[in-house]
Design a protein around this ligand. Structure first.
Ligand SMILES: Cc1cc2nc3c(=O)[nH]c(=O)nc-3n(C[C@H](O)[C@H](O)[C@H](O)COP(=O)(O)OP(=O)(O)OC[C@H]3O[C@@H](n4cnc5c(N)ncnc54)[C@H](O)[C@@H]3O)c2cc1C
Length: 383
């Protein structure tokens, strides 16, 4: 197909949580949207899955939360934070018809958002890589250069180019998005999935130099993870990764650790070596960044998916409302403080009483994000 003369209201590059949600909302609002991804399919990806309240609120509003549950995702009605021997239990409030929060597997969440984007009318092209931009005389982005699965390069015009292409965003580079703040590479993480754990609710466990947790996810499995400073990772996990994970959980809960040691993970354990955090300019002339492309944080605060969905919501609201400046303001309102708090938590050199204060501040920011959502409406599923 010759796409040289095609024009879209928006081209969204990257079809995972940030891009699929953005494309869905723009298409639901009546925009003509092209959604591209260099991958040939959208399946599983690296994640420990925990969603914060704003993310579940948005999924509920978009008509997807109950579907995620009907596809086998656990609903958790409490969470606990354990600081050494001190355990703090927090009951969760309902979200819409759900009694609590959910943490769906990415092989379920990302394709479901993608399907919703396509159902809303977005034109999806997989195996299609973004390679560069075209600009007008004043530097405004006017289109994207895309390479399709046959290796053919095509220029497609658009009024808005959205970079949802992840941490190493090529869109950010092509539009010269300013890097506003960078934080050092944080903790290293290992995680896997365990069946039939004797546990209820999300559990976050902290001891000096170690963070671990249990997150009920999809298909009866828990995501079990542990993070530690880079320098400790080899000693803890290289000789025997499963034994290291079991030992990290055993610091807090020996019964659960014994279960993990006995049954083992159902899939290979995954390692993440850590990466620097960043916050880039959220938007410029004819372009915007959503999700990790604009704002990446260490997984220590488990807020990347929530931010990706919030970005989608905020950008769509700005496009149909007050304009890109409003998106920049809303994305940045708490972004810098959250990034810094995440860097402090990801550094893993905290005394437990200081960590608790960081968590209390994070919780206030998440409450503020929920309050922001209460003030804004979104386009619900047409169905
Ligand atoms: C170990 C780990 C654990 C995590 N745990 C959690 C958690 O518990 N909770 C949480 O909220 N977050 C967590 N996160 C963060 C979360 O996974 C990310 O924030 C989220 O995946 C970002 O989504 P995204 O859509 O912005 O980008 P991505 O998921 O990176 O998707 C980007 C897409 O862009 C496509 N792409 C890239 N380049 C191009 C190109 N040139 N052309 C076309 N397409 C392109 C890619 O193929 C990809 O599909 C974790 C991250 C890690 C590493």
């Amino acid at each position: 197909m010759n796409m040289r003369h095609e024009t879209f209201d928006a081209i969204v590059v990257g079809a995972r949580v940030a891009g699929a949600a953005t494309a869905m909302l723009l298409a639901r609002g009546g925009a003509r949207v092209l959604l591209v991804d260099s991958a040939d399919r959208i399946g599983d990806t690296m994640s420990t899955h925990a969603l914060m309240r704003p993310a579940v609120t948005l999924l509920d509003r978009w008509g997807l939360a109950e579907r995620l549950v009907s596809e086998g995702t656990a609903v958790v009605t409490r969470t606990s934070f354990q600081y050494g021997r001190e355990r703090i239990e927090i009951p969760m409030k309902p979200v819409g018809a759900l009694p609590g929060l959910i943490s769906p597997r990415r092989w379920l969440l990302d394709p479901m958002l993608l399907e919703a984007a396509v159902a809303a009318g977005a034109d999806l092209r997989l195996s299609t890589a973004f390679e560069g931009v075209t600009t007008g005389p004043d530097g405004t982005v006017t289109g994207a250069i895309l390479r399709n699965r046959l290796g053919q390069s095509q220029t497609v015009r658009c009024r808005l180019l959205v970079g949802a292409d992840g941490r190493l965003s090529r869109v950010a580079a092509a539009v010269s998005a300013a890097m506003l703040e960078v934080t050092p590479r944080g903790a290293a993480t290992i995680y896997g999935y365990v069946d039939g754990l004797p546990n209820e609710g999300n559990r976050w466990m902290f001891s000096p130099g170690l963070q671990a947790g249990l997150i009920p996810t999809t298909a009866g499995l828990h995501c079990v993870f542990a993070s530690c400073p880079q320098g400790d990772f080899r000693a803890r996990f290289a000789p025997d990764a499963l034994a290291g994970l079991v030992a990290a959980i055993a610091v807090t809960d020996q019964e659960v650790a014994a279960h993990i040691a006995c049954t083992g993970p159902v899939e290979r354990l995954t390692r993440f070596a850590g990466a620097p955090g960043h916050i880039r300019a959220a938007a410029g002339k004819g372009w915007a960044l959503v999700g990790d492309a604009g704002y990446f944080k260490d997984p220590a605060t488990a807020h990347g998916i929530s931010d990706a969905l919030l970005d989608a919501h905020r950008l769509a609201a700005a496009v149909f409302g007050a304009g890109l400046r409003a998106y920049v303001q809303s994305r940045n309102a708490h972004g810098f403080e959250f990034l810094q708090l995440t860097a402090k938590i990801g550094a893993m050199d905290w005394p437990l009483d200081v960590l608790k204060v960081h968590h209390q501040r994070l919780s206030s920011i998440i409450n503020a994000e929920s309050a922001e959502l209460a003030d804004t409406a979104d386009l619900r599923a047409a169905a």
